[in-house]
Design a protein around this ligand. Structure first.
Ligand SMILES: [Zn+2]
Ligand SMILES: [Zn+2]
Ligand SMILES: [Zn+2]
Length: 159
């Protein structure tokens, strides 16, 4: 944790930004909840717990700054909520997402199953792939059995 905070501090300072106490509080919340794909409001509520003086606008600006610098990245699952997560600095492959249309939970698949598909696309379309995103939209194991008409969820939320 301290190591990563230090690393982010360096990333900010290499772009002439300081890790102010407000920014640090935001970064720590993101690190502590790394698996959770938090929205700006989620982050704000968690930051506020520890630093009640921080406003939503400050948290929001910090998230924008961190994503401008590619320290975190934004995720959109078509529900109108922007979520944030860290880029794994060491991994050349980010993970894939399972987005539940019923409860909005985002789970992760860390294995990359797309190697063969990438090769095929590169060959058939003469397209050099640098990255890919993959999100499955559906109903998670927690919500299984609670949804009567799954097709309706698709129409309402997927864009
Ligand atoms: Zn669910
Ligand atoms: Zn993720
Ligand atoms: Zn992948």
């Amino acid at each position: 944790m301290e190591e990563r905070v230090k690393q982010i501090k360096q990333q900010l300072s290499s772009h002439s930004y300081k890790l102010t106490p407000q920014r640090e509080a935001t970064v720590r919340v993101l690190l502590e909840n790394e698996q959770d794909h938090l929205s700006a409001e989620d982050v704000y509520l968690l930051v506020k717990d520890k630093s009640p003086e921080i406003g939503l606008a400050t948290v929001y600006r910090t998230l924008e700054l961190l994503s401008d610098l590619s320290i975190i990245h934004k995720l959109n699952f078509g529900d109108g909520v922007t979520r944030y997560e860290f880029r794994a600095a060491d991994a050349d492959h980010h993970h894939h997402h399972l987005y539940c249309l019923h409860c909005g939970t985002v789970d992760e698949i860390t294995d990359d199953w797309l190697g063969a598909i990438e090769k095929r696309v590169e060959k058939e379309f003469d397209f050099q792939i640098i990255d890919h995103r993959l999100t499955f939209h559906g109903i998670c194991y927690r919500c299984k059995g609670q949804v009567k008409d799954p097709k309706k969820l698709v129409g309402s939320k997927v864009t």
